[in-house]
Every structure is written in C-alpha cells, then in structure tokens.
Design a protein around this ligand. Structure first.
Ligand SMILES: CC(C)(COP(=O)(O)OP(=O)(O)OC[C@H]1O[C@@H](n2cnc3c(N)ncnc32)[C@H](O)[C@@H]1OP(=O)(O)O)[C@@H](O)C(=O)NCCC(=O)NCCS
Length: 273
C-alpha cells in the first residue's frame, strides 16, 4: 500500500481562531494529478470554515433542506463543507460540474435524505464522508467499498468511561495496557477504525461498535455479532490510519480490497473552483 499525504496546515485549535493565521490559498498544497483508476482511493481534506454559505447554491434541494434543519452553526458548516466537497470531488473524477453530480442517500429506517452516500453517475466509484471538530474528509474509491472516519481527540475526555461501550473485551484489555495518558489516543484510533469499517459495510452503528474487533495486534478484523444480520466482513477488508487530518485529530480508512493506493489531497483546491 502506498499512502501519500498533503502537509497539514493547522494545529487542531478552534478553526475560527486558526482562520486568521491560515496561509493564503495560493500557498496551500495544490491538487496533484492522480487519475482515479481501479485500486486507488483519494481522500479530500478540508476545514468546515472553508464551506462558505454561498456554496449552498451547489447543493441539491434535498441537501439544502437538510442544511436548513441544522441549529448548530459548526455542525451546519461541517455538513455544507462535506456535501460540497463530495460534489466537487465526484465532479473532478467524472468530469461533471458539482451541480450536475447526482448523489443518492438512502436510509433503511426512514424516508429522509441521509445515510450512506452513493454516486448515481459513476457506479464504479464508492464514496464516504466524515466530519468532526471542524475537520472534513471525503473518500472516493474506484472498484471497492470505502469508509472514512475522522474524530477530534478533544471529544475523548475520560477514555476509561468509554472503553467498554466501544471495545470488545479483548480490545478493552489492549487499551488498558497503555499508560492512562496514552489511552485516549489508543481509544480514538480504535474508534475511527471501527467507524470506517462500519461505514464501508454501510451499516454504521446499527452494528454496535463493540461487536467489531479491529485492534488485536496480528489479527484481522472480526465481527462478533448475531449471524442473523447477514453482515459479513469482506475477505480483503483492510483498515489503516490516515495522516493528513492534522494534530488533535485521528482518522482511518477502510477498504473492501487490498492492496490499494491511497492519496490524501487538499480539498481547498476543489472548493476554490
Ligand atoms: C454512520 C455513522 C456511524 C456516522 O456517524 P458520525 O461519526 O457521527 O458522523 P461522521 O461525520 O463520521 O459521518 C457522517 C457521514 O456518514 C455517512 N453515513 C451516514 N450513514 C451511513 C451508513 N449507514 N453507512 C455509511 N456512511 C453513512 C454520511 O455521509 C454522513 O455525512 P452527512 O451527515 O454529511 O450526510 C452514524 O451516522 C450511524 O451509525 N448511522 C446509522 C444509524 C442511523 O443513521 N440511524 C438513523 C435512522 S433514521
């Protein structure tokens, strides 16, 4: 597996404060040429404050309806940035403009336009979106299922109180072997890996996180769940850390096949048109 990362430009502090110290767009890493051929994945990274309000004109009516429902400004900006980045990334890989891109979102539990996103223009491409603490990631993969997850370390305060809810018994023992200071990082690594896998499967947390085991050294991911769900892990399933999320964040990528070639790119280049 080859992973190429952009250089992160921020340090994990409040994005609204950082914006004043950000380098101008012309000094940011520009998009490299990386044709999305079979076996390749691109991860597009952005900050939620790059999703400018006027970008809502790029969204579909269903996406604008969801945008209008957010009462929390940070969550609203994260959703807007993720949706525009997804449209722009799919546009880049298909030759369509962001407004022409067609995205399905289907929820097995209700009629709302949410859930796992899917390209209606390019069935060979699979996509995944994640946002947390102002950081936004969009993964686009060719010829495989993909799941991406980013978390802000500041959200994991007391690892000990979360470990049994998130981890299998073996993983919980693995986390508790580490120094207390290190446990939040170890737990966040596990958490992002699990969410990435559950997103690649398309179930999300309909399968409880503790039923999936990703963190036992030397062992492949395992699903300990009711066999009646019919959910099986793909034999080529691979989960790996991502590096361009920046300090204060942890991120993971799951793919249904291996080997894959992964490139992490600056989404600013897409969002700036
Ligand atoms: C998938 C899930 C784990 C992500 O939660 P999270 O960590 O809070 O959020 P993230 O920012 O990392 O990911 C959000 C993205 O996951 C994607 N997503 C949602 N459901 C998904 C699923 N079942 N499979 C894969 N991806 C999914 C969407 O693209 C969403 O982005 P959007 O909100 O901008 O449209 C969580 O939403 C979940 O478990 N969903 C299933 C249960 C559910 O949706 N119940 C509602 C029934 S009405």
């Amino acid at each position: 597996m080859q992973v190429t990362a952009i250089t992160s430009r921020r340090d994990g502090r409040d994005p609204r404060v950082q914006k004043m110290n950000s380098p101008p767009l012309s000094r940011l890493t520009r998009t490299q040429v990386f044709p999305l051929t079979e076996g390749r994945v691109t991860i597009w990274w952005a900050w939620a404050d790059e999703g400018l309000p006027e970008f809502s004109r790029l969204l579909s009516p269903q996406e604008n309806k969801r945008l209008a429902q957010y009462r929390n400004d940070v969550l609203k900006a994260e959703f807007l940035t993720g949706a525009v980045l997804l449209r722009s990334a799919l546009g880049r890989h298909t030759g369509l403009s962001p407004t022409e891109v067609r995205i399905a979102r289907e929820c097995p539990d209700c009629d709302a336009h949410h859930g796992r996103p899917r390209s209606l223009d390019a069935p060979e491409l699979d996509v995944s979106v994640s946002h947390a603490g102002g950081r936004v990631a969009v993964a686009v993969a060719h010829g495989m299922r993909v799941g991406v997850d980013v978390e802000s370390l500041s959200r994991v305060g007391d690892a000990n109180s979360l470990v049994d809810a998130i981890c299998s018994p073996l993983e919980a023992a693995h986390v508790r072997k580490h120094d207390v200071d290190r446990q939040p990082q170890v737990l966040t690594d596990i958490w992002t890996q699990k969410e990435a896998v559950l997103k690649a499967l398309g179930t999300g947390l309909r399968i409880p996180a503790r039923h999936l085991e990703v963190a036992i050294p030397g062992s492949a991911p395992k699903l300990h769940t009711n066999p009646d769900t019919g959910v099986r892990l793909p034999t080529g399933l691979t989960v790996r850390p991502l590096t361009a999320c920046g300090p204060g964040y942890t991120a993971a990528l799951a793919t249904s096949t291996s080997p894959v070639e992964v490139r992490e790119l600056a989404g600013e280049a897409l969002l700036s048109g």
